[in-house]
Design a protein around this ligand. Structure first.
Ligand code: SF4
Length: 667
């Protein structure tokens, strides 16, 4: 064992440094995880670790990361999915370690540059405010300026009021506008530069997956390090890296997006915009024509889609399976206009104006390129689709695309030999194997570890599976009208859910896979528990998630109904949550083009889409749902599974195998 690993082992030992943090409890899995990560850092090998709830995984990676960073003068990048975890790291875990570790270290949160005001742009915008904005917007701009002057603060989150996008896009620290020529590289009056200086000095950088993958896009040609030379990265909540990375490398373009940028250049209704000056009258006329062409273009796309299949009319999301053969007149005009924009740099009055012109040119080019890529579908391994809220004339429409498989992206950007990363989460394995997660991110060759849970599930939880609940699907003989009637499954839920809520006198989280069913059960439970001391809370009734969770935590007898994000985003230790009711196994419905395309790709290579994709995805989500119940060693509770397929279907045993070892009551 190396000296580094041995020192890490000591820190996590029963009487080690970590024991100075109260409350402390020696946890062997935490110590093992810290040592495994220390070895990964020393050897420069990537590693994947499933660290169940309760083992204290943030300390297990923070301690080795901090020591390694200081001793080797390399930055540690810690990326999380949720703001909650980011806040926990910055306000709780890192300060606690600062108190006990024998070295000083610094940590900073990295925000995207679009969070910072550019003081130079703000001043330039103020000078031109009457030509850029309407009166009420000019007032808003003045308010922003006064706030910055008064408080000396300049990030978007600092403002106690909302800043409209139209104004913010004109004053934030936009990359294309900020050049070394603008202010030099160390402008001490610039909020963004100040943040950069602090980040450059920091040992640990904390950021979220969304920003990391956006930044990685720009840095993809780097040969060493993710964001900084020779850095190393920890991806916590790693079960979310694949979809988030896919979202961030997938461009899209919409009719509204184009309208927005055209209006910023010149809005003929208000006479305002960057090109409002009379010297740009030719460009204004060109833009008016281009705006009309934008409307025609999207109506034409709609017609082409309708001609492909009239059934598409009225659908919100339509997969486009072949290149769209249509007149590209708008694309050509957009290209010409963008080129003309660039020529305007010769007439720019100063550097700032020149930078803004170049920035508009870049934006327009990007929009044009996205349209071309969408129409021609010339990116291999991608799925293309159109989204629209309504089929109405001139309504918004978005053209989207996404890679079908992200494995190659991760191989090239994350798991290269010259980099070092840790992927960790409480839920990565299926049937004691990490293969599914590894394959999804191209990490087949990466070492993986599954740590033991520190909980005694035999004592802490019991599982109930009523066997007489009908299967949650329509009978093939059901008629269309019966789809709107109450199914036997729904009837059963209405009877069973109140029974199990009463068993624990509230304190229940009821997880659904679809909003319609949640609403029906919500209405039923409100009547059922009317006049009792059990309050029924439900997602989708206008209350934000954090407020719902707060109310649920404070009222120990309440019941909370949720879909999607509630399967993984609920952390309620203690008595408030003592019952998790799973209404249905969370199989993904192939109603999104990306899921449909993944399934097709598996079928094409001779695989079984259900076994290779749908089933493992459902098991992982199921595990996340179950994981809401026991959050610490003193928690006690019951898990209720109201989907009888878990005991009647051949795949049911895979769900059962993923349950913690505790008493299962099949009733
Ligand atoms: S350095 Fe860049 S972001 Fe900062 S004030 Fe200058 S132009 Fe704006």
């Amino acid at each position: 064992m190396s000296d580094f690993i041995s020192r890490i082992e000591d820190i996590f030992a029963p009487n080690g440094l970590l024991s100075q943090i109260t409350p402390f409890e020696y946890r062997r899995p935490q110590q093992e995880m810290a040592m495994a990560y220390a070895e990964s850092l020393e050897t420069g090998k990537h590693v994947i670790i499933e660290a169940p709830t309760g083992i204290g995984k943030s300390f297990a990676y923070l301690v080795p990361a901090i020591l390694f960073s200081k001793e080797h003068n390399r930055k540690g990048i810690i990326s999380t999915c949720t703001i909650n975890l980011q806040e926990q790291l910055m306000s709780k875990d890192i300060p606690a370690l600062r108190n006990i570790l024998p070295i000083e270290f610094s940590s900073e949160i990295l925000k995207g540059r679009n969070n910072y005001i550019c003081t130079r742009r703000l001043n330039a915008t103020l000078m031109r405010k009457s030509s850029l904005f309407e009166d009420h917007e000019q007032d808003e701009l003045q308010k922003i300026y006064s706030f910055v002057q008064k408080t000396g603060k300049g990030t978007k989150q600092d403002f106690p009021f909302r800043i409209p996008d139209n104004i913010w896009t004109q004053i934030f620290a936009e990359e294309g506008v900020c050049t070394a020529k603008s202010c030099g590289t160390e402008n001490s009056n610039c909020f963004y530069q100040q943040a950069k200086v602090k980040l450059n000095k920091a040992d640990l950088i904390i950021l979220n997956h969304y920003l990391l993958f956006t930044l990685l896009g720009f840095y993809e040609k780097r040969t060493s390090g993710y964001l900084y030379a020779d850095d190393f990265a920890v991806f916590d909540e790693a079960h979310m890296v694949e979809p988030i990375a896919a979202e961030n490398v997938s461009p899209s373009v919409s009719r509204e997006m184009i309208r927005f940028w055209f209006n910023k250049l010149y809005n003929p209704k208000t006479g305002k915009g960057f090109l409002a000056d009379a010297r740009f009258d030719v460009m204004q006329r060109q833009l008016k024509k281009l705006s009309d062409e934008n409307e025609i273009f999207f109506e034409d796309v709609k017609t082409v889609i309708y001609n492909l299949n009239s059934r598409f009319a009225g659908e919100k999301m339509i997969r486009i399976r072949q290149p769209i053969n249509m007149n590209e007149h708008f694309v050509v005009s957009l290209q010409e206009f963008s080129a003309d924009m660039l020529k305007l740099t010769q007439r720019a009055r100063n550097d700032d104006e020149e930078n803004e012109i170049k920035n508009y040119h870049t934006k327009l080019n990007a929009l044009k390129n996205t349209i071309i890529t969408f129409l021609r579908q010339n990116m291999d391994g991608h799925v293309y689709w159109v989204e629209q809220n309504q089929w109405a004339h001139k309504s918004n429409m978005t053209l989207s695309m996404s890679p079908i498989n992200m494995a190659e992206y991760f191989r090239e950007n994350i798991f290269t030999d010259d980099k070092c990363s840790l992927m960790t989460s409480a839920t990565l394995s299926i049937n004691k194997s990490l293969d599914y997660f590894k394959c999804s991110i191209g990490a087949e060759h990466v070492d993986g570890l599954i740590m033991d849970s520190p909980f005694n599930f035999e004592e802490q939880m019991q599982i109930f599976i009523p066997k007489n609940v009908p299967e949650p699907k329509l009978n093939p003989n059901d008629t269309l009208s019966s789809m709107f009637e109450e199914t036997a499954y729904e009837k059963s839920l209405k009877q069973m859910i109140p029974e199990y809520i009463n068993k624990t006198k509230g304190g229940a989280l009821v997880l659904f896979t679809n909003v319609k069913m949640l609403k029906k059960i919500h209405t039923h439970l409100l009547k059922e528990f009317d006049g009792s001391d059990i309050d029924i809370l439900a997602q989708g009734n206008g209350m934000p998630k954090n407020k719902l969770l707060l109310e649920f935590k404070e009222n120990e007898n309440s019941v909370l109904l949720g879909v999607d994000s509630f399967w993984m985003g609920v952390d309620v230790p203690g008595d408030s949550l003592r019952n998790v009711i799973i209404t249905k196994l969370p199989f993904d419905v192939p109603d999104h083009p990306i899921i449909e395309a993944k399934i097709e790709a598996i079928r094409e290579r001779g695989g079984n889409p259900f076994l290779d994709f749908t089933l493992p995805g459902a098991i992982l989500k199921f595990k996340q749902g179950i994981g809401r119940l026991i959050r610490n060693k003193t928690d006690r509770g019951i898990l209720v599974i109201l989907d009888s397929r878990v005991i009647t279907k051949f795949y049911g045993k895979l769900f059962i195998n993923s349950l913690p070892e505790c008493r299962i009551n099949i009733e």
